[in-house]
Design a protein around this ligand. Sequence first.
Ligand SMILES: *Cc1c(COP(=O)(O)O)cnc(C)c1O
Length: 243
Amino acid sequence: MSAIAEGWQATLSRVAHAARAVGRDPASISVLAVSKTFPVEAVVEAMAAGASRFGENYVQEGVAKIVALRALRARDEHHAAVLPMPEWHFIGPIQGNKSRAIAEHFDWVHSIERLRIAQRLSEQRPEELPPLQVCAQVNISREASKSGASPQETLALCHAIAQLPRLRLRGLMAIPEPESDPVRQRAPFAALRALLEECRRDGLALDTLSMGMSADLEAAVAEGATIVRVGSAIFGRRAAAVT
Ligand SMILES: *Cc1c(COP(=O)(O)O)cnc(C)c1O
């Protein structure tokens, strides 16, 4: 088995174990394979291992990979390339001038932190594609440096996003501040879940909690994650961050 196939299998086992520990069905949790900084060959390898959803943080890199995978599939030269086209999720910060490329190429966006960006994505989503599936990103640890809407403004932001014609609001996403203690990891995830429940009580039909990464996915699953975003545990260590 390749290192990526092993990382994928090990991640599925961790998710299943964490789900059963709290009485959840492992099938209710999707693993988003975060392929940022890794080449399209790594995506093809992960697809062969069973991954069908990929996350990217940087617009140009992500779009290049989507286009490259399409070309590979058109040439039909690799077994894994003939698997169905995976779902592509944009999970990084969004600059206004990059929103069109996101609207045209991705299936999901997890990182909407203000209404203006949501409006642009809705306006720019091509007619022939299904609505863009989106999550509002919440700054759940209330760190000045972190992206995301404040918990206080999240409900209003969600109601406004839900009105946009070419977006379909699915839920909330957060990236809590790193915490090594597995018990303390749970608090921000519990807070995000409480916020999702508040949105639901207020009439929004939401089904997605995007939370948990390589270092804290067990805590996130214990608190109700429906999508965990896992990079290094599948693909290995990344070189220093590119931006
Ligand atoms: C890089 C990244 C991940 C994956 O992080 P790992 O620690 O490698 O699992 C998840 N979510 C977001 C938003 C990221 O930028």
